[in-house]
Design a binder for this molecule. Structure first.
Ligand SMILES: C[S@@+](CC[C@H](N)C(=O)[O-])C[C@H]1O[C@@H](n2cnc3c(N)ncnc32)[C@H](O)[C@@H]1O
Length: 484
């Protein structure tokens, strides 16, 4: 259950030793990627081993899973001294030797967020450097670049629930998109961590209930549709019934077969998504998106991100915190006329509220189908100029100019995992917008991109981080930058 549906195919790691090799490890700090830095207990100055399924401060017996000249990896298989933050994992399939996508499910949720805060601060320090740490530290409540990672609202409510069974499952049942593969034996499965091997999965606890109820992992109904190597996507839209999409590995490029929850073939290709934008004064927003196209996967993510990003773009005082109790909706009379350039705009999640409040947005997105979806959703808005194409310095320079007006006032970037990169950021800075809003799903890319913005004359004015992918090592950050 990776955060973004179109994740890269698993890399092929160096093979693990043929005979299992065990080590006893003293586990240190978390590192980016879902593991901790550990060293052999009998050789504290010895080689660093990146261990999964462990917690800082623990002593574990681990099996080596990968060895190459640079990196050794291991999975903890026995806990000799347990951390107080260790809990019973809620997803056995993602345990040692299992599938990727649930690598923190042995960690109590508050400690998962501490882990992520630590990783973010570490990335800012190691990759961004002292200049980035100083700039982030200058913001309130972020000493040493330690930005708190906030729970999503529903997960926070579940964590505070008086019922221990609800508390135990906090952060689970939140994914509206799930990507699976079919095993050689014809069952629903997922890739083993860093491997091309598909392992069967027996439950999908991170998925929303509507996807769990499909019974993809256990009902015979689905088996007759599955062929080894097929890719399965389960989608539970906020406006409508779930769908199951099957992609035949032998027919690349062919449209997937789409099935209803009852396993019947359907011609539906798109789903309806609704976003609550009442905090912005916009009521409920409605989108039409391809079922297998990119859409934010945590059930609350579209609403929370729209609220935070749109306020980040248009609030007078820079904020990455979204609508707070007592905040007025945005005043459309003031925001109208703000020129917004939006890069990596997907199916128009932010474009719709931004154009509703400003009247003019230029957007750029590489996926033609997503832009087609955005055009459908935004057909009533003349002020939205939605372009298909790669985000390049030339495209930024061209789209950043507004007819009879000048350059963009605000640029929004929501790039894929690798970040926007130096050349694109320099092209954004050359437009001289007064504000930039950067949404990042990878802390290493965020640190790199923040460094580039600093050198181009922009400083962070607000930052927030959200635990949009509980039980995995992933999280999302929103940074607001201002000129000077
Ligand atoms: C993290 S998603 C964000 C989409 C949208 N903001 C949302 O929240 O739904 C990143 C988007 O960037 C697009 N993308 C990735 N690389 C790109 C590139 N080089 N040029 C243009 N678009 C790209 C992807 O197709 C994807 O829609």
């Amino acid at each position: 259950m990776s955060p973004h549906r179109r994740s890269a195919p698993p890399r092929r790691p160096a093979p693990a030793p043929a005979t299992p090799e065990y080590v006893t490890l003293a586990v240190g700090a978390p590192a980016h990627g879902g593991h901790c830095v550990a060293r052999p207990v009998d050789d504290p100055s010895g080689r660093v081993i990146f261990v999964r399924h462990a917690l800082p401060g623990e002593t574990v017996r681990a099996v080596i899973t990968e060895k190459n000249s640079k990196i050794w990896r291991a999975d903890a298989v026995e806990v000799l001294t347990a951390s107080p933050d260790r809990v019973r994992p809620l997803w056995q399939d993602a345990g040692p030797g299992g599938v990727g996508g649930g690598e923190l499910s042995h960690v109590a949720l508050p400690a998962q967020r501490t882990w992520k805060r630590w990783v973010l601060a570490d990335c800012l320090r190691r990759i961004g450097g002292a200049e980035v740490v100083d700039a982030v530290t200058a913001l309130p409540g972020t000493a040493g670049g330690a930005v708190s990672v906030e729970p999503m609202p529903g997960d926070a409510a579940a964590e505070a629930d008086p019922n221990p069974r609800v508390r135990e499952r906090a952060g689970a049942g939140t994914r509206t998109r799930v990507s699976l593969a079919v095993t050689d034996a014809g069952a629903a499965g997922m890739h083993a961590f860093r491997s091309g091997t598909v392992l069967p999965v027996h439950s999908l606890p991170l998925a929303v209930q509507a996807i769990q109820d499909l019974g993809l992992t256990e009902r015979a109904l689905w088996r007759k549709h599955f062929r080894p190597g097929m890719r399965i996507t389960a989608v539970a839209p906020s406006d409508g019934d779930p769908l199951v999409l099957l992609e035949d590995p032998d027919a690349p490029g062919q449209a997937p077969t789409v099935l209803t929850a009852a396993g019947h073939s359907t011609g539906r290709r798109r789903v309806g998504e609704a976003v609550d934008a009442t905090g912005l004064g916009l009521g409920r927003l409605h989108y039409s998106v391809h079922a297998d196209g990119f859409w934010q996967a945590h059930r609350e993510a579209p609403t929370v991100l729209v609220d935070r990003v749109v306020r980040a773009v248009l609030a007078e005082t820079p904020t990455a915190a979204g609508t707070r109790p007592g905040d007025e909706p945005l005043d459309a009379a003031r925001t109208a006329g703000t020129r917004v350039l939006e890069l990596y705009s997907g199916a128009g999640l932010f474009t719709l509220p931004l154009v509703a409040l400003t009247g003019q947005v230029h957007s750029l997105e590489g996926d033609a189908r997503a832009v087609g979806d955005a055009r459908r959703t935004l057909h009533d808005y003349d002020g939205a100029q939605l372009s298909v194409g790669r985000v390049t310095p030339a495209a930024v320079a061209q789209l950043g100019r507004f007819e009879n007006a000048g350059g963009a006032d605000v640029v929004v970037l929501d790039p894929p995992r690798r970040g926007a990169g130096r050349e694109v950021i320099q092209a954004v800075a050359a437009l001289n917008p007064s504000r930039v809003v950067l949404v990042a799903c990878d802390p290493a890319a965020l640190a790199r991109d923040l460094g580039t913005f600093l050198r181009a004359g922009y400083r962070p004015a607000a930052i927030s981080a959200l635990d949009m992918f509980p039980h995995t090592h992933h999280f999302e950050t929103i940074a607001v930058l201002e000129r000077g």
